[in-house]
Design a binder for this molecule. Structure first.
Ligand SMILES: Nc1nc2c(ncn2[C@@H]2O[C@H](COP(=O)(O)OP(=O)(O)OP(=O)(O)O)[C@@H](O)[C@H]2O)c(=O)[nH]1
Ligand SMILES: [Mg+2]
Length: 686
């Protein structure tokens, strides 16, 4: 096995909209690099990256898939990611594992939803970005118009690093090629002009170089340009645009050359945003250094639960060298685990290796403590290091699930728990009150893929129903109440009196409990009991049976009895006092509002906006998403879209799709609130 050093490592994620050709591009790169003898296709279901049965059936990527290959002395770790917004969790996770994001754009459809999102998300992670325009072989593509579009949308720092030539059958790199006998046709300006623009930009990063260049007009050497080029990438002052056809192979060798010579190695990218600090204490930035001889620091960016191999943690090494048989800790865990086998992944294949150096991506299996976002390390010095959390959309699309067979309940929980571990945008909620188990994801397709996986991989059949809407209650004015709990039954009595007041807090603030009792009116030992009672009242809800949020409860007075005061008495008094105050505090019901993004044929947009308006929604934007396809963005109450999938299907002839994410809680209109309150009262009386 060849020995590598970190400077030859390149870690790259292929990101971008669904159908842009990321998986096909990965296939072309792996083929060109000699990893696979023949190129598979998404249509045939035989690509390296879409190896999962569900992906093959769906014809698109559902999970991120790490691969690796060697090219002219560099080792490239390439992660293919899904483009569909339903599976965004996997794409966002991969951003934590690379230095470079290749944002793949479909030449036929231009800038799409995920193009914009990935440009934004990868910038937020300070990744070096390159835009790869794929499908240049296709008919009716207008590449200059697309480049203009990209530059006007993302800025003039998006610059041509290569150009399609000879009828788009080939591509020529313009940093190294100053001039040349290339026929750029009517598509683009000359190679010379693109070359000049690029050099002008790169030399700006280095004052000495710039001064010399201005004076003698000579191009700096490739070697001299390297460092300023990396600096421009790191700073986001340069976002190269490249052209490829994953189908014909045009531009693939040039892309590999760019990866080899210009994509940053782990030391040249922006350092990963690590923090150090014990829970609850101040945190400070921590600089991991891609040095193979330091302590180990690796970050788990993906977890897979395999029916045979158990839990597989897929990680990137940021510092130190992980060796087979080493002892590693997970986060602040006290007990180390032994690295029995160490792997590099190649789609579905795990290739056993002896060590992984900084910059590399790898995997370990059968370690139960490993979880998504965990930091692996080999010394207690690094117990409290974590990576700046990735920002994931908050899943809101819900389904209540129940097993078909009685007795399968425990299995259901176990399986849901496994699915939850694998996907940061999939969550499972248990509602003890209603005994409901609700799964939440980003869209209907997302949840359907989980149900399919439960059926095929785990052989568990479930029935689904729309879940209850997670309403909340909140107070809108200050109100106070006193409650005395007194019981005299036979022997020892119970006595406790609580005076408290409730105060509204801003939306999202949650719950604050303040003990303002003076002079021991309620002895300190009973304050936790009062808080317990208050929390019981808040959890159970007061006017509509929904949890009460965004309020401060200040306990300011009370009474106790030297003999009869007991914990139970103060729990009861706290609960009842809180309920009384909340009843008096002009309490309202809040409902969840979600951001919705609908993609559908242009012809259906009018109907869809009308339909959303009728659902109390409001549209924040509409826009083109490629030929004949449009997108609508807006906000809508979650309660109004329980049946949206079937409506969308009928309005678009099955051509539409949508995703939702949590936006905020907002007051329920009074008439709807009355209905909910009345329902709750009848329920209480039953
Ligand atoms: N004409 C042409 N078609 C291509 C090219 N690359 C990919 N395709 C086709 O585009 C479709 C989508 O390709 P994929 O590779 O699955 O796209 P993806 O970006 O991985 O899509 P997701 O996994 O859904 O995010 C497939 O039908 C490919 O055959 C190309 O360079 N030219
Ligand atoms: Mg794909």
């Amino acid at each position: 096995m060849p020995k590598y050093t970190t400077d030859v490592i390149r870690a790259i994620a292929l990101v971008g909209h669904g159908g842009a050709g990321k998986t096909t591009l990965a296939e072309a790169l792996l083929h060109r690099a000699g990893v696979i003898a023949a190129r598979g296709s998404v249509e045939k279901g035989n690509t390296v990256c879409d190896f999962d049965a569900q992906e093959k059936a769906a014809g698109h990527t559902l999970n991120s898939a790490p691969t690796h290959f060697d090219w002219q002395g560099v080792q490239v770790h390439l992660v293919d990611t899904p483009g569909y917004p339903d599976f965004a969790g996997q794409a966002i996770g991969a951003l934590a594992a690379v230095d470079t994001a290749l944002i793949v754009v479909n030449a036929q459809t231009g800038i799409e939803l995920a193009t914009e999102r990935m440009m934004k998300w990868s910038a937020a992670r300070k990744l070096c970005r390159m835009i790869v325009i794929n499908k240049i072989d296709a008919d009716n593509v207008d590449l200059p118009a697309l480049v203009n579009d990209i530059r006007s949308r993302f800025g003039s720092q998006c610059m041509l690093l290569d150009l399609p030539v000879h009828d788009r059958r080939e591509v020529v790199e313009v940093l190294e090629h100053a001039v040349g006998e290339f026929d750029t046709g009517k598509d683009f300006e000359s190679v010379a002009a693109a070359h000049r623009a690029l050099i002008d930009r790169v030399v700006e990063e280095d004052e000495t170089l710039l001064a010399r260049y201005l004076e003698d007009g000579q191009d700096p050497s490739a070697q001299e340009l390297h460092a300023p080029f990396e600096q421009a990438l790191r700073g986001g002052h340069l976002i190269p645009i490249l052209f490829v056809s994953a189908r014909t192979g045009a531009g693939i060798a040039e892309l590999l050359h760019v990866i080899q010579t210009l994509a940053p190695n782990p030391a040249e990218g922006n350092p990963p945003p690590f923090y150090k600090g014990e829970p609850g204490s101040a945190v400070e930035e921590f600089r991991a250094s891609p040095d193979p001889d330091l302590h180990v620091l690796a970050h788990v960016f993906k977890v897979v639960v395999d029916p045979y191999l158990g839990k597989i943690g897929i990680f990137r090494v940021h510092q130190g060298t992980i060796r087979k048989d080493a002892q590693l800790f997970v986060g602040s865990g006290r007990r180390p685990f032994k690295v029995g086998h160490l792997y590099k992944l190649q789609g579905k294949d795990s290739i056993e290796v002896d060590e992984l150096i900084p910059g590399e991506l790898g995997a370990i299996a059968k370690v139960e403590e490993i979880e998504f976002d965990a930091v692996l390390h080999d010394s207690h010095d690094e117990d409290h290091i974590h990576l700046k959390p990735l920002e994931f959309p908050l899943p809101m699309q819900g389904l209540a699930v129940e097993t078909r067979r009685k007795g399968d309940e425990q299995r259901l929980f176990d399986i849901l728990h496994k699915l939850e571990m694998e996907d940061p945008c999939f969550i499972v909620e248990r509602h003890p009150g209603s005994n409901e188990t609700v799964i939440r994801g980003l869209g209907e397709m997302h949840l359907r893929s989980k149900l399919e996986k439960m059926a095929s991989q785990y052989k568990l059949e479930v029935t689904t129903t729309p879940p209850r809407i997670p309403y909340r209650e909140t107070v809108t004015r200050v109100a106070a109440a006193t409650y005395r709990h007194k019981k005299q039954s036979g022997g020892a009595g119970q006595f406790g009196e609580v005076s408290l007041r409730v105060e509204p807090l801003e939306r999202g603030a949650g719950f604050e409990f303040v003990d303002a009792v003076k002079g021991g009116a309620i002895p300190g030992v009973f304050i936790p009991a009062v808080e317990k009672g208050v929390r019981q009242a808040l959890d159970a809800g007061v006017i509509a049976g929904q949890p009460v949020v965004d309020l401060r409860v200040v306990v300011h007075d009370g009474k106790h009895h030297p003999v009869d005061s007991k914990e139970v008495a103060f729990v009861a008094a706290g609960r009842k006092a809180a309920m009384a105050a909340i009843r008096d505090a002009a309490t309202i019901v809040l409902e969840p509002i979600v951001n919705i993004e609908v993609t559908a044929p242009e012809s259906a947009i009018g109907d869809l906006t009308g339909d959303l308006a009728a659902r109390r929604g409001h549209i924040t934007g509409t826009g083109g998403r490629g030929p004949g396809v449009a997108a609508i963005a807006g906000e809508v109450p979650l309660a109004e879209i329980a049946d949206y999938q079937s409506r969308l299907k009928s309005l678009t002839g099955g051509q539409g799709s949508y995703t939702i994410e949590f936006s905020r809680y907002a007051p329920l209109p009074p008439s709807l609130q009355q209905k909910l309150v009345a329902q709750h009262q009848t329920h209480e009386e039953d």
